[in-house]
Design a protein around this ligand. Structure first.
Ligand code: ADP
Ligand code: MN
Ligand code: MN
Ligand code: MN
Ligand code: MN
Length: 369
């Protein structure tokens, strides 16, 4: 069969006003829609399916455990395909509104062991062990918008936009592309109950960022995954693809990261800078272990991004500095001035699993492993 590439997503051409008529049909009060969302076998993409409930759930515990066909998500064989979905967090549904819910789940195999891509399970144990230190996280999720030919959205076909410089936090038709997605996603996150901290246009055209946090403990992973789901779902309606690849374009174009800002209660207290310095010292001794946890392929993906150029440090070296965007760890200038606050680990790739990143940071910094 010919390997045809669609010029435009079929979704872009659908008249969405027709759907609005059906969404306006009154929904029976005792019937709500719960969309279960989970991480698939790639560890990078989400899947989702919906069921009707006859009550309005308030906590994940009230929700039924469900199952799915793991052989179709790269998580099991066809002969033993059923996998389990355990609800872990509930969000308001910004697409269906009303009492309808989005339900984040983690995944378990037939033998009730966590699935290979269920990194939440071990992260939660580590977060419980370090709960008394109140670890906070803020993740800066960078992402790139693509056309259906998998080239960055808005880039000239068969050519390139002008060199980087005017695009970061840019304003204007020749500076940024598809702000609509960033705007729609921001509101969807606020409505859903995701602690989104802000957004900005990035250095490469068609690249954007949103930040989630600060969130304490396991919440950072739950919220970032739900924010990713919302992003893919919003972009789907516009007929635009979102990639979290850490280096979508080779050459003189910035890659995409997921900087992880981190603090403990002691770092946030007076003279917490001393605790921050201690943490950096511990991180310096575990560079290789952290690189292995900071993308889904043990550092292979980040090799393309952490080159030492384009505001990154080399994947082979550990470094730290105040306001230095070419180091592994950056101490923000305001933190150095106030002598308390947080550190920024700039190494995680945009396609990292936040559960894995957060677990590695807490193991090294809080549990001295
Ligand atoms: P940058 O200057 O690196 O672009 P951003 O403003 O994009 O930084 O992101 C900073 C992130 O740090 C936000 O997600 C914010 O919620 C988070 N943050 C702020 N204070 C703390 C803290 N004390 N501990 C952990 N994260 C924090
Ligand atoms: Mn079926
Ligand atoms: Mn940022
Ligand atoms: Mn950024
Ligand atoms: Mn940053």
């Amino acid at each position: 069969m010919a390997n045809t590439v669609l010029n435009q997503s079929p979704n872009a051409a659908i008249n969405k006003n027709i759907l609005a008529r059906y969404l306006a049909i009154p929904q029976p009060e005792d019937k709500i829609q719960a969309m279960y969302v989970w991480i698939d076998g790639t560890g990078q993409y989400v899947r989702a399916k919906t069921r009707t409930l006859n009550f309005v759930p308030k906590t994940p515990k009230e929700l039924p455990i469900w199952n799915y066909d793991g052989s179709s998500t790269g998580q099991s064989t066809g002969k033993n395909s059923d996998m389990y979905l355990y609800p872990v967090a509930i969000y308001r549904d910004p697409f269906r509104l009303g009492n309808n819910k989005l339900v984040l789940c983690d995944t378990y195999k037939y033998n009730l062991k966590p699935a290979e891509t269920n990194n939440r399970h071990s992260c939660l144990k580590v977060m419980e062990a370090a709960a008394d230190q109140h670890p906070w996280f803020g993740i800066e999720q960078e992402y790139t918008l693509l056309d259906m030919d998998y080239r960055p959205f808005g880039w000239p076909k068969g050519g390139f936009p002008g060199p980087q410089g005017p695009y970061y936090c840019g304003v204007g038709a020749d500076k940024v592309y598809a702000r609509e997605i960033e705007e729609a996603h921001y509101r969807a996150c606020l409505y859903a109950g995701v602690t989104i901290a802000g957004t900005n246009a990035e250095v490469m055209p068609a690249q954007w960022e949103f930040q989630v946090g600060p969130c304490e403990g396991i919440d950072i992973g739950d919220q970032l995954w739900m924010a990713r789901f919302l992003l893919h779902r919003v972009a789907e309606e516009f007929g635009i693809v979102v990639t979290l690849d850490p280096k979508p374009m080779t050459g003189d174009w910035n890659g995409a990261g997921a900087h992880c800002n981190f603090s403990t209660e002691a770092m946030r207290a007076e003279n917490g800078i001393l605790e921050i310095e201690k943490a950096i010292d511990k991180l310096s001794k575990q560079h290789i272990r952290h690189i292995a946890a900071y993308d889904p392929h043990e550092g292979k993906d980040n090799e393309r991004r952490l080159t030492g150029k384009h505001e990154t440090s080399s994947i082979h070296d550990f470094s730290a500095g105040v306001a230095n965007r070419g180091s592994s760890i950056r101490i923000p200038r305001t933190v150095a001035e106030e002598k308390k606050g947080y550190l920024e680990d700039r190494r995680p790739a945009s396609n990292c699993d936040p559960y894995k990143v957060a677990e590695a940071m807490v193991r090294t910094i809080c549990l001295n492993e």
